[in-house]
Design a protein around this ligand. Structure first.
Ligand SMILES: [Cu+2]
Length: 179
């Protein structure tokens, strides 16, 4: 029978944390745009997925770091180019990728960081009024419990190209233009 002792578990947890820390570091290095500071929060790598003409929804992604001593919460927001903005989660359930709205939003722990990214937490722009074209920038308002309303520019990107861009960054090229 498989059993995990307390000691094993804390070891496992430590390893997991190290991996998570490394992943966070990577994200910071590959940030595409400048960071936005609002209260104790830092928003980075704010981007939206380019859509095909007539597509009803688009995903929005960013990294949120909370430098404060209390947790904050991303609860939703609004955008002129979309009829609705929701906070969503994508998750594997019985081998099927499922998406659901997080009605209570996403907590950003004190001193912690969360990443909204394809396949995980994301912002869902719904009832799109117009196509999101690569290279454009679209304004949206994000609502936080503590930090309040923040207007943010979402860079519209082709996600496949972005992944390639990310790989390049790992080799240390063009690191300066992320500042
Ligand atoms: Cu969604």
């Amino acid at each position: 029978m498989f059993r995990i002792t307390c000691e094993d578990y804390s070891m496992f947890k430590m390893k997991t944390l190290t991996v998570a820390a490394a992943a966070t570091l990577m994200t910071v290095v590959s940030a595409l745009a400048e960071e936005i500071k609002v209260g104790d929060l830092v928003l980075e790598n704010v981007r939206a997925r380019a859509t095909l003409p007539g597509a009803p929804v688009a995903g929005g992604y960013l990294t949120i770091t909370n430098n404060g001593s209390e947790p904050d919460r991303l609860t939703g927001g609004s955008a002129a180019f979309a009829g609705k903005l929701e906070v969503h989660e994508m998750k594997m359930e019985n081998d099927v990728m499922k998406m659901r709205q997080l009605k209570d939003g996403i907590e950003i722990p004190a001193g912690g960081s969360i990443e909204l990214k394809p396949g995980g937490y994301h912002i869902m722009f719904m009832k799109l009024a117009a196509q999101l074209k690569e290279g454009e920038s679209r304004k949206a308002v994000l609502e936080f419990d503590k930090a309040g309303s923040v207007t943010v520019d979402f860079d519209v990107v082709n996600l496949k190209k972005m992944m390639k861009h990310g790989k390049k960054m790992k080799h240390g090229e063009k690191m300066k233009d992320s500042e």
